[in-house]
Design a protein around this ligand. Sequence first.
Ligand code: AMP
Length: 113
Amino acid sequence: MSDCIFCKIVDGSIPSKKVYEDDQILAFYDLEPQAPVHVLVIPKIHICCADAVTEENAGVIAHIFTKIPEITKSLGLEKGYRIVNNCGEHGCQSVKHMHFHILGGTQLGGRMT
Ligand code: AMP
Protein backbone atom coordinates (compact mmCIF):
# COMPACT_ATOMS: atom_id res chain seq x y z
CA MET A 1 0.00 0.00 0.00
CA SER A 2 1.53 3.28 -1.12
CA ASP A 3 0.55 5.31 1.96
CA CYS A 4 1.51 2.68 4.55
CA ILE A 5 4.57 3.48 6.70
CA PHE A 6 5.42 -0.17 7.26
CA CYS A 7 5.10 -1.03 3.55
CA LYS A 8 7.61 1.79 3.00
CA ILE A 9 9.91 0.25 5.61
CA VAL A 10 9.59 -3.07 3.74
CA ASP A 11 10.50 -1.45 0.38
CA GLY A 12 13.35 0.55 1.96
CA SER A 13 11.97 4.01 1.26
CA ILE A 14 11.73 4.62 5.03
CA PRO A 15 14.81 3.51 7.00
CA SER A 16 14.63 1.10 9.90
CA LYS A 17 17.02 -0.59 12.28
CA LYS A 18 16.53 -4.19 11.20
CA VAL A 19 17.05 -7.15 13.49
CA TYR A 20 15.76 -9.91 11.20
CA GLU A 21 14.60 -10.22 7.61
CA ASP A 22 13.64 -13.00 5.25
CA ASP A 23 11.46 -13.25 2.16
CA GLN A 24 8.21 -13.06 4.17
CA ILE A 25 8.82 -10.98 7.29
CA LEU A 26 10.83 -8.14 8.77
CA ALA A 27 11.72 -7.29 12.38
CA PHE A 28 13.03 -3.85 13.36
CA TYR A 29 13.41 -1.67 16.43
CA ASP A 30 10.42 0.46 17.43
CA LEU A 31 11.07 4.19 17.02
CA GLU A 32 9.59 4.97 20.45
CA PRO A 33 10.58 2.03 22.66
CA GLN A 34 8.33 1.20 25.59
CA ALA A 35 10.75 -1.32 27.14
CA PRO A 36 14.56 -1.75 27.11
CA VAL A 37 14.05 -4.03 24.10
CA HIS A 38 11.12 -3.15 21.82
CA VAL A 39 11.02 -4.69 18.38
CA LEU A 40 8.23 -4.92 15.82
CA VAL A 41 7.75 -7.99 13.65
CA ILE A 42 5.69 -7.50 10.49
CA PRO A 43 4.60 -9.49 7.47
CA LYS A 44 6.00 -8.01 4.25
CA ILE A 45 2.60 -8.29 2.62
CA HIS A 46 0.09 -5.68 3.71
CA ILE A 47 -2.38 -7.16 6.19
CA CYS A 48 -4.12 -4.33 7.99
CA CYS A 49 -4.78 -6.02 11.29
CA ALA A 50 -5.73 -9.19 13.15
CA ASP A 51 -9.25 -8.74 11.82
CA ALA A 52 -7.97 -9.31 8.29
CA VAL A 53 -6.26 -12.66 8.86
CA THR A 54 -7.75 -15.37 6.63
CA GLU A 55 -7.00 -18.96 5.65
CA GLU A 56 -5.23 -17.51 2.58
CA ASN A 57 -2.82 -15.16 4.38
CA ALA A 58 -2.42 -16.93 7.73
CA GLY A 59 0.77 -18.70 6.62
CA VAL A 60 2.86 -15.59 7.08
CA ILE A 61 1.49 -15.11 10.59
CA ALA A 62 2.46 -18.68 11.45
CA HIS A 63 5.87 -17.96 9.94
CA ILE A 64 6.30 -14.96 12.24
CA PHE A 65 5.67 -17.18 15.25
CA THR A 66 8.14 -19.81 14.07
CA LYS A 67 10.82 -17.09 13.82
CA ILE A 68 10.10 -15.30 17.10
CA PRO A 69 12.21 -17.77 19.16
CA GLU A 70 15.22 -17.07 16.92
CA ILE A 71 14.63 -13.31 16.93
CA THR A 72 14.20 -13.11 20.70
CA LYS A 73 17.31 -15.22 21.32
CA SER A 74 19.29 -12.85 19.11
CA LEU A 75 17.99 -9.98 21.25
CA GLY A 76 19.08 -11.65 24.49
CA LEU A 77 15.54 -12.20 25.76
CA GLU A 78 16.19 -15.65 27.27
CA LYS A 79 14.33 -14.66 30.45
CA GLY A 80 11.14 -13.98 28.53
CA TYR A 81 9.25 -11.30 26.70
CA ARG A 82 5.75 -10.13 25.82
CA ILE A 83 4.15 -10.26 22.38
CA VAL A 84 1.49 -7.60 21.79
CA ASN A 85 -0.78 -7.06 18.83
CA ASN A 86 -3.07 -4.03 18.88
CA CYS A 87 -6.15 -4.22 16.67
CA GLY A 88 -8.42 -1.35 15.69
CA GLU A 89 -9.57 1.73 17.55
CA HIS A 90 -10.22 0.18 20.96
CA GLY A 91 -6.95 -1.73 20.68
CA CYS A 92 -5.12 1.59 20.04
CA GLN A 93 -3.64 0.39 16.75
CA SER A 94 -1.87 3.43 15.27
CA VAL A 95 -0.17 1.83 12.24
CA LYS A 96 -2.64 -0.08 10.06
CA HIS A 97 -0.18 -2.74 8.93
CA MET A 98 -0.36 -5.76 11.19
CA HIS A 99 2.59 -5.98 13.57
CA PHE A 100 3.62 -7.79 16.70
CA HIS A 101 5.40 -5.83 19.40
CA ILE A 102 8.09 -7.80 21.22
CA LEU A 103 8.81 -6.20 24.56
CA GLY A 104 11.43 -7.32 27.02
CA GLY A 105 14.78 -6.75 28.61
CA THR A 106 13.27 -6.13 32.05
CA GLN A 107 10.60 -7.55 34.37
CA LEU A 108 7.36 -6.41 32.74
CA GLY A 109 4.25 -5.46 34.70
CA GLY A 110 1.43 -7.93 35.25
CA ARG A 111 -1.36 -5.76 33.83
CA MET A 112 -2.07 -5.61 30.13
CA THR A 113 -4.50 -2.69 29.90
P1 AMP B 1 0.54 0.34 17.34
O1 AMP B 1 0.18 1.49 18.22
O2 AMP B 1 0.31 -1.00 17.95
O3 AMP B 1 -0.07 0.49 15.97
O4 AMP B 1 2.12 0.41 17.17
C1 AMP B 1 2.76 1.14 16.17
C2 AMP B 1 4.19 1.26 16.59
O5 AMP B 1 4.95 1.63 15.47
C3 AMP B 1 4.45 2.28 17.69
O6 AMP B 1 5.06 1.64 18.81
C4 AMP B 1 5.40 3.27 17.03
O7 AMP B 1 6.38 3.76 17.91
C5 AMP B 1 6.02 2.44 15.92
N1 AMP B 1 6.49 3.16 14.76
C6 AMP B 1 5.81 4.08 14.03
N2 AMP B 1 6.57 4.49 13.00
C7 AMP B 1 7.74 3.81 13.08
C8 AMP B 1 8.94 3.79 12.31
N3 AMP B 1 9.09 4.57 11.22
N4 AMP B 1 9.94 2.96 12.69
C9 AMP B 1 9.81 2.18 13.78
N5 AMP B 1 8.70 2.15 14.55
C10 AMP B 1 7.68 2.97 14.21
